[in-house]
Design a protein around this ligand. Structure first.
Ligand SMILES: Cc1cc2nc3c(=O)[nH]c(=O)nc-3n(C[C@H](O)[C@H](O)[C@H](O)COP(=O)(O)O)c2cc1C
Length: 203
């Protein structure tokens, strides 16, 4: 399967066979997701793979009772690490060269300040970059014939308590990953006409 086939063939799959997904395959998905690009090479993503039936059932309850979370072989809780954001601020601070001009130093210090203290920036930086990695995972799943269902509707506090997620991780999404149900009919993609979204040279 080439990349364009994977992109065109991916649909949200919301009905799964209950068969497990091999550990090795889940690991391959995480490895693919880990190759995603990120701003300043932040790599904020971490993945908590839930395969335990009781935990998946409880996770379903925390995900607006969406049945695919329990049905799929794995429910992958996609986390964004604020620790990585702090580590990035440290890296940027350490990279300020002693021979930089005072203007350059001031610009870098402002960047570091924003990275450490601007909570709106910090959260969105971690979340947007984690999303990119999740998108990679959904495409990598295609290579194995796996379906994915991206879940954005969940109660983050419930998920956090259920799975013991530390406070300095953002619960970004849940991704149900599993074998599509037999005979599942996937409808054509519903998208706005491409003409509506292309702008050439000037808006
Ligand atoms: C951030 C995000 C959150 C989503 N949340 C949900 C969700 O909670 N439940 C669901 O069934 N689908 C969810 N989806 C899937 C979208 O509904 C789906 O991607 C969209 O309708 C396009 O369909 P397609 O994925 O089959 O191309 C989510 C997708 C994204 C990217």
């Amino acid at each position: 399967m080439n990349v364009l086939e994977a992109i065109a063939g991916r649909h949200s799959v919301r009905q799964f066979r209950p068969d497990p997904v091999p550990d090795d395959t889940l690991r391959q998905l995480v490895e693919a997701a880990h190759l995603a690009p990120s701003s300043w090479n932040l790599q904020p993503w971490e993945y908590l793979i839930v395969t335990d039936p009781g935990l998946k059932r409880a996770l379903r309850a925390a995900c607006s009772d969406q049945s695919q979370v329990e049905q799929a072989g794995a429910a992958i809780v996609c986390l964004g690490s604020m620790r990585q954001q702090d580590a990035l601020a440290d890296r940027v601070e350490a990279s300020i060269r002693p021979d930089a001009t005072s203007e350059q130093k001031e610009r870098s210090r402002r960047t570091v300040q924003k990275m450490r203290h601007d909570e709106v920036f910090r959260r969105s930086h971690v979340i947007t970059n984690t999303y990119i990695s999740i998108a990679y995972m959904t495409l990598a799943a295609m290579e194995y014939g796996l379906g994915t269902s991206w879940i954005g509707s969940f109660d983050p506090d419930m998920v956090r308590v259920l799975l013991g997620i530390p406070d300095d991780f953002v619960v970004v999404s849940v991704l149900a990953v599993g074998w599509p149900a037999d005979g599942l009919e996937l409808l054509p993609h519903k998208r706005r006409p491409v003409e509506q979204i292309i702008h050439l040279n000037r808006f």
